[in-house]
Write a protein that binds this ligand. Structure first.
Ligand code: HPA
Length: 245
């Protein structure tokens, strides 16, 4: 697979192993993306990398210019996008250290610029979002995980909250009742914007904590970062295997 773009999140500020040979500073009609987009080789494949929170990481989830990020990647001609998201685990298997390739999401975000449809094009942009993640790209990720013997959950529901604060225990109970397996803050509107542009998109979620009210230790960024550092190696191996297929 070539021309894959990776959008890194918390804990994935750079893509180890990517031999960067170009940096693209792209301007878009929606403003500037989170940073310049790296183009390089991961093994034999051309891969693009963008850090969603900017480098050094400062842009909080609700202030990310998702439209500029997706538009910029699309304008570079990327063939598909994989978003990496740190999340809290809600249901049984979703313990810290686990990877998940979600097949569904529920969007609880608000006030974000969430569409390219400015109402001026003369057409209504009601994109089909029944399956929010691209099926083939998900299957390729699941196949790559199998091939590289990386333990990961091949489906689940990603609840996307507004942040930047973490949830209350009652909010997490509601997410569980809604059917969410994990909770994060950056999965939307990224997935929907990719769909509007016709870009195949999938997500790899890294569970870094038990969601609020479910764990026995207080939520702490330091602990999340320790877990992320461990999971980042598995994510890198997963992506290397994916692009080599
Ligand atoms: N909730 C929301 N976003 C997150 C969490 C969480 O528990 N952990 C990492 N990102």
């Amino acid at each position: 697979m070539t021309g894959l773009a990776i959008i890194g999140g918390t804990g994935i500020a750079e893509l180890d192993g990517l031999v960067v040979y170009r940096e693209h500073a792209v301007d878009t009609p929606f403003g500037a993306p989170s940073g310049s987009i790296q183009e390089g080789r991961l093994g034999e494949a051309v891969v693009y990398f963008l850090h969603r929170h900017g480098g050094p990481a400062t842009i909080p989830p609700h202030r990310i210019n998702y439209r500029a990020n997706l538009w910029a990647l699309h304008s570079l001609g990327v063939g598909a996008v994989v978003g990496i998201n740190a999340v809290g685990g809600i249901t049984g298997e979703m313990r810290p250290g686990r990877l998940l390739i979600p097949d569904q999401l529920i969007d609880y975000t608000w006030g974000r610029e969430h569409t390219f449809d400015d109402g001026l094009s003369g057409e209504l942009l009601h994109v089909d979002f029944t399956e929010p993640y691209d099926r083939e790209l998900r299957q390729a990720l699941i196949g790559a995980a199998d091939q590289a013997a990386i333990d990961c959950e091949p489906g689940g529901v990603h609840g996307v909250m507004q942040g930047p604060r973490l949830e209350t225990a009652a909010e997490v109970r509601r997410l569980a009742r809604d059917g969410c397996d994990v909770v994060g803050m950056t999965g939307m509107p990224e997935a929907a914007l990719a769909r509007e542009l016709g870009l195949p998109y999938a997500s790899v979620c890294m569970v870094v904590n038990a969601a609020a009210g479910l764990g026995d230790v207080p939520l702490s960024l330091a602990i999340m970062h320790q877990i992320l550092a461990r999971e980042a190696g598995a994510v890198r191996k997963l992506l290397e295997t994916l692009v080599a297929r």
